[in-house]
Design a protein around this ligand. Structure first.
Ligand SMILES: Cc1ncc(COP(=O)(O)O)c(C=O)c1O
Length: 287
C-alpha cells in the first residue's frame, strides 16, 4: 500500500468500519491529517488502531481479521449497556444504530440501505439466497469449483432435496487474460440455467473474477447471479451498482475488520421479493 490513493482507500474502509460500530476513535482523524506527510508516523497511527500483540502479525486475513480497537470497545460497551438495562426502552436505540449501520455500508458499496441486510456471516447470507430463490425440479445451477463450501455444498444439498442439477465449473489455474475466465462460465450456460453463483476473489487461488462482464452475459440469458464477496468487502473499493450483481454476501470480521459474527447480505431491489425468508420472525414481535 504505497500510493496516497491506497492510503485514501484504506482510510475510507476504516471510516466505514468505525462508523458502523457507531464509535469515533480520535487517532483515526490524526492519521488522516498526516496522510501525506511522514510514512512511519502514518503507519504507527494505523497500527495503534489494533490491539494484537507487538510480537506477532496476523497473516490469515482471509479467515478472520482483528477488529479495530474501537470496534471491540463499542461492542463491549453496548453489551454492558444492555446488561445493565435490558428494558424495551433502553433497547430502542438499537433500531437507530442498525439503520445507521445499513446506511453507512450502503454508501460504502454504492447501493441503497433498503437493499442491505445484516446477518451473521457470509455463510448465512449464501444460505439465505440458496434457500430463498424459487426454483423447480430440473433447473440448473452453475457454481465455480473454487466457491466456499457454504456456497457449493449448500447448493448440493438443495439440489439433492429438490432435484436440481448443479454444474461445477473450473477455470484455468493461470489465466492468460480476463476473457478466459469469462468464457469458462459463459460457455456453460444452457436454457436450463437459472442461477450462477461465484466468488469475487477466491480464497483458494486468489483469482479475482471479472464479475461485471460475467454478470452482463448471465443477465442476457436471464440468469440470476449471486456473488460471494467474503474476500473482497473491505479489501478493495466496491461499487455493487456498477457490478450489477443480483446478490452479494460478505463478513464484517474479515477484511472489513468490523465486529465478529456480523455478515452482509446485499440483494438488488428488483430481487428482494424473489428471496423467500427461511427464518420467519416478524418485526415488532414481542417476547
Ligand atoms: C470466499 C469465502 N466465502 C465464505 C466464507 C465463510 O465465511 P464466514 O465463516 O465468515 O461465514 C469464507 C471464509 O473464509 C470465504 O473465504
Amino acid at each position: 500500500m504505497e500510493s496516497s490513493q491506497s492510503r485514501r482507500q484504506f482510510l475510507q474502509g476504516t471510516a466505514a468500519a468505525l462508523l458502523t460500530a457507531a464509535a469515533s476513535y480520535p487517532k483515526l482523524s490524526q492519521a488522516q491529517t498526516i496522510v501525506s506527510s511522514d510514512e512511519d508516523a502514518y503507519w504507527a497511527v494505523v497500527r495503534s488502531q489494533f490491539s494484537f500483540s507487538e510480537s506477532a502479525v496476523p497473516m490469515n486475513a482471509a479467515n478472520l481479521c482483528p477488529s479495530f480497537r474501537s470496534v471491540a470497545e463499542t461492542v463491549t460497551a453496548l453489551t454492558y449497556d444492555i446488561d445493565r438495562d435490558c428494558s424495551f426502552n433502553n433497547r430502542a436505540k438499537f433500531g437507530g444504530l442498525l439503520e445507521q449501520s445499513r446506511a453507512t455500508i450502503a454508501q460504502q458499496i454504492n447501493v441503497s440501505a433498503d437493499e442491505i441486510a445484516l446477518v451473521r456471516n457470509t455463510s448465512e447470507a449464501n444460505n439465505i439466497v440458496n434457500n430463498g430463490l424459487e426454483l423447480t425440479a430440473g433447473d440448473e445451477v452453475i457454481v465455480w469449483d473454487q466457491n466456499h463450501p457454504t456456497n457449493n455444498v449448500a447448493w448440493d444439498v438443495r439440489a439433492a432435496r429438490f432435484n436440481l442439477s448443479v454444474k461445477r465449473i473450473s477455470t484455468p489455474t493461470s489465466p492468460a487474460n480476463k476473457q478466459q475466465l469469462i468464457d469458462a462460465f459463459v460457455s456453460q450456460f444452457s436454457a436450463r440455467t437459472r442461477v450462477l453463483t461465484i466468488t469475487h476473489v477466491s480464497n483458494v487461488s486468489g483469482i479475482k473474477l471479472p464479475v461485471k462482464e460475467i454478470v452482463e452475459a448471465a443477465h442476457a440469458q436471464n440468469i440470476y447471479v449471486h456473488v460471494d464477496g467474503a474476500q473482497s468487502w473491505g479489501a478493495m473499493p466496491l461499487n455493487l451498482r456498477e457490478l450489477r450483481v443480483d446478490s452479494y454476501s460478505a463478513s464484517a470480521h474479515k477484511w472489513f475488520m468490523g465486529p465478529k459474527e456480523v455478515g452482509l447480505l446485499y440483494v438488488h431491489e428488483r430481487n428482494i421479493n424473489r428471496i423467500w425468508p427461511n427464518i420467519v420472525a416478524p418485526v415488532g414481535a414481542m417476547a
